[in-house]
Write a protein that binds this ligand. Structure first.
Ligand code: URA
Length: 433
C-alpha cells in the first residue's frame, strides 16, 4: 500500500477501504507520511467527501491512534456534552453543573479553543489556580464524589486528531463534514461516555453556515455513535447572534455564574434548559419535556447547580470565592463604551463580527501556541429585537489597548438598526436523534 495511490483514489472519487484509511492514519502519526501528502488527501476528502462507512473507519483509526478513557468505575449514568463552537458559548459551564445536580455524572474533556474566544478550558483557567490537568484517577474520583469534572484532554487521547487538526487549520481543510465528524466523534468515543449530547451551532458565527450542512453533520455523528453503541443526540442551535451577553473568557465565567444564580440571559437560559432536558430524557432520568424542564429549573432555584459548580472549582483547586466575588478574576485595564446614535430597534447583532472583534482584543487564538488574554472581551447590552434610545449603551469593550480602533469599528458595524419591531429567531432550531 502507498499513500500516493490512496490520494489518487480519493481524488478520482473512489471509496477508500478500511485498511487504506488505517494505513493513512497510522503512518501519518508515525511521521512516515509527510504533511504535504496528508494535506493532499485531506483536500481530496474535503472536495469529494466520504460515505458513512469511510467516516466510521476514519473515526475508528483515529480512536485507535491513542488511549481510551475507562469510565467503568464511575457509579451512575455518565454523560458527555460537546459544542461545535460559537460566539459567547459558555454553555458547558452551566449545563454541566445543572446535570450533576440532577444526579448525572459529567465526564468532560475539552480542547482549547482555536478561533474567536478561548474554549471551555481557557474560560475555566480564568478562575485563579483552577487546575485543568488531572490524572485519570483524579478525574474519576472527582466525578464519583462531585458528579462533574471538566478537564483538558489527557496527553495521548486521539493523537491523530491533534496532528490532523493542526494541519487542517493551515491547509484550508477545516470545513469538511466528514473530517469534522471524525474529529469530534473520535474524541467523544475515546473519552468513554455512553451518552453524548452534541450542540451543533448554525449560522454566521459557526462552522456550519446552513441548517442543511448542520443536519448532515448531525446524521454523520449519530451514525458513528451507533456503531460504537453510544447514544448520541444532536441539537441544532442558532449562532447568527452571540450567545448571551458576554464574549470573552473571564467575563463569560461571570455570566455562567450569574446564570447558575438564576440571573442569566433568557435566550441563553432557554438553550441550557433544552440541552439539559434532552440529556435527562435520553438517559431515562425524566420521561418527558415538562418534568425535565421542571427538574432543571429546580436546580437553579434551590442553588444545587451553583453548589456543584462551586464543588467542581474546589476539587480542581480553583479559588471558590469567585462565586461571590468576581473581582478576583483578571480585569482588563480599560473599558470602552459604545452608545446608540439613534432611537431604533436592533435588527441584528452579527455573531461573526462580535467574534472577530473579541479576537482582535486578544480573547481568542489563531494558532494553538498563541497566548490569549483572559481579561478582555465584549459585553453586549442589547439583543436583536430590543428597542434602544439614543445614547443608550450598546456594548462595552474590555481591553488592554490592543487593536482597539479596529475592534470598535467591527462592533459598530455588527449592530444593525431598523425602525420596525423585529423578533429574534429561536435559539433552538431542531433536535435530531
Ligand atoms: N471541532 C473539532 O473538534 N474538530 C473539528 O474538526 C471541528 C470542530
Amino acid at each position: 500500500m502507498n499513500i500516493i495511490d490512496i490520494i489518487t483514489k480519493k481524488k478520482n472519487k473512489y471509496v477508500l477501504l478500511e485498511e487504506e484509511i488505517k494505513y493513512f492514519i497510522d503512518e501519518y502519526v508515525e511521521n512516515n507520511i509527510t504533511d504535504y501528502q496528508a494535506s493532499a488527501l485531506l483536500m481530496a476528502i474535503c472536495i469529494n467527501g466520504m460515505n458513512e462507512e469511510e467516516e466510521y473507519y476514519l473515526t475508528k483509526a483515529m480512536v485507535e491512534s491513542g488511549d481510551m478513557v475507562d469510565l467503568s468505575s464511575i457509579k451512575g449514568i455518565c454523560v458527555d456534552k460537546h459544542s461545535t463552537g460559537g460566539i459567547g458559548d459558555k454553555t458547558s459551564l452551566v449545563v454541566g453543573p445543572i446535570l450533576a445536580a440532577c444526579g448525572l455524572k459529567i465526564a468532560k474533556m475539552s480542547g482549547r479553543g482555536l478561533g474567536f474566544t478561548g474554549g471551555t478550558i481557557d474560560k475555566l483557567e480564568s478562575i485563579p489556580n483552577f487546575k485543568t490537568q488531572l490524572t485519570e484517577g483524579e478525574f474519576i474520583t472527582q466525578i464519583n464524589d462531585v458528579g462533574i469534572s471538566i478537564i483538558g484532554q489527557t496527553g495521548n487521547l486521539v493523537p491523530a486528531d491533534k496532528k490532523i487538526y493542526a494541519l487542517r487549520d493551515v491547509s484550508g481543510t477545516i470545513d469538511s463534514i466528514s473530517l469534522i465528524s471524525a474529529s469530534i466523534m473520535s474524541k467523544k468515543i475515546a473519552s468513554g461516555a455512553p451518552y453524548i449530547l452534541l450542540d451543533i451551532k448554525v449560522g454566521s458565527g459557526a462552522f456550519m453556515k446552513s441548517e442543511q450542512e448542520a443536519e448532515k453533520l448531525a446524521k454523520s455523528m449519530i451514525q458513528i455513535g451507533k456503531k460504537y453503541n453510544r447514544k448520541v443526540v444532536c441539537v441544532l442551535t442558532d449562532m447568527n447572534v452571540p450567545l448571551g451577553n458576554c464574549v470573552g473568557n473571564s467575563i463569560e465565567v461571570v455570566e455562567a455564574i450569574e446564570t447558575l444564580k438564576g440571573e442569566g440571559n433568557p435566550r441563553f437560559m432557554d438553550l441550557c434548559e433544552t440541552l439539559c432536558s434532552q440529556i435527562l430524557i435520553m438517559t431515562g432520568v425524566c420521561s418527558d419535556k415538562l418534568s425535565s424542564i421542571n427538574m432543571v429549573k429546580d436546580t437553579i432555584k434551590n442553588k444545587t447547580a451553583l453548589e456543584k459548580f462551586k464543588k467542581m472549582i474546589e476539587f480542581q483547586k480553583g479559588n471558590q470565592e469567585v462565586i461571590n466575588n468576581y473581582k478576583i478574576l483578571k480585569k482588563s485595564n480599560y473599558i470602552e463604551t459604545i452608545y446608540s446614535d439613534r432611537n431604533a430597534y436592533i435588527s441584528n447583532v452579527d455573531a461573526l463580527g462580535i467574534g472577530k472583534s473579541s479576537m482582535l482584543l486578544g480573547a481568542g487564538r489563531i494558532k494553538k501556541e498563541d497566548c490569549i488574554d483572559l481579561s478582555v472581551g465584549i459585553e453586549l447590552f442589547v439583543e436583536k429585537g430590543d428597542f434602544v434610545k439614543k445614547d443608550q449603551i450598546v456594548a462595552k469593550l474590555y481591553h488592554n489597548n490592543k487593536n482597539l480602533n479596529e475592534a470598535i469599528k467591527i462592533v459598530e458595524n455588527s449592530v444593525d438598526y431598523c425602525d420596525e419591531p423585529i423578533k429574534c429567531s429561536n435559539v433552538i432550531i431542531k433536535v435530531i436523534e
